[in-house]
Design a protein around this ligand. Sequence first.
Ligand SMILES: Nc1nc2c(ncn2[C@@H]2O[C@H](COP(=O)(O)OP(=O)(O)OP(=O)(O)O)[C@@H](O)[C@H]2O)c(=O)[nH]1
Ligand SMILES: [Mg+2]
Length: 299
Amino acid sequence: MAFNPSPQLIAEGNQRAIARAITWVENQNPKGLSLLEKLHGQAPVIGITGPPGAGKSSLVHALVLYWSSLGLKTAIVAVDPSSPFNLGSLLGDRLRMPGLFLDPKVYIRSMSARGSLGGLTASIIEVCDILKHAQFDRIIIETVGVGQSEIEIAGLADTTLVLTVPESGDEIQTLKSGVMEIADIFVVNKSDRAGSDTFASHLQKLSHQRSNIVAWEIPVIKTIATRNEGIIDLSEAINAHQKVAHLQDRQIHLMAEKAYRLVQRDKMKQHSFLEIKERMAQEINNEGFNLYAFSKQFC
Ligand SMILES: Nc1nc2c(ncn2[C@@H]2O[C@H](COP(=O)(O)OP(=O)(O)OP(=O)(O)O)[C@@H](O)[C@H]2O)c(=O)[nH]1
Ligand SMILES: [Mg+2]
């Protein structure tokens, strides 16, 4: 008989059940959707994006080891939106994150674009919900680059970290456009390099300007991932942002955004985002609210 990843097994943290459920949703197996409708669970989803080589994996490694030392379980979803085969980057991560692959409190899964980006984005939403049901305390989505697709993926997190390095000085114009809107926390990694103070204070000014529009001043955290420096500050900034992330308006917006991606992926009838958001506002507080059951009504 085929192995059935029941909600019970997933909730117990059964690795085989988690892996099978993720494969179902990645392949858009209809069994995946009926499973998703039975799942519950809450955990902050933290998106990390930034240019290639900025130190995203190194930072994730340091952060997750710190959380692990506090007894927290973390799942990491490493996403490469550009490549159908990200074996190279996964192998690299195995070398860069040796401690994590052996830690029983840590789960790592990599995902890549098999078809459309829309499909990948929707699959990531589903994978995160499986991991929430599996009782992880934190979920990290790491995406490479700062292109439009990464912005879309990282923007689906409850808290989005935009990683920069002091040399990104020239790219500050770029930061002003797309990334500024999704960043909840700026990280200046490789702060052991020259110019990090100037760069960090420049970012701080930008974020101060934005705080007039949004009720959260983006903190700028300096880190040296390879030396575990700034990690506790970063963890505290994430915790502080989580309190803001639960504000009702923001939550409605994010959940409506997710439902929209799911509806869009399934190429069902045309519905506007606004219509979905209005319905989300009406239903989000209903007892037993479930994102997948909610989305089904638009299909
Ligand atoms: N000097 C210095 N080097 C760092 C720091 N953090 C990471 N590195 C180095 O930068 C290089 C890239 O680090 P990764 O963690 O692989 O960066 P990434 O952003 O995950 O890279 P991709 O996944 O390929 O985009 C590695 O050689 C790290 O050792 C830091 O704070 N200071
Ligand atoms: Mg990486």
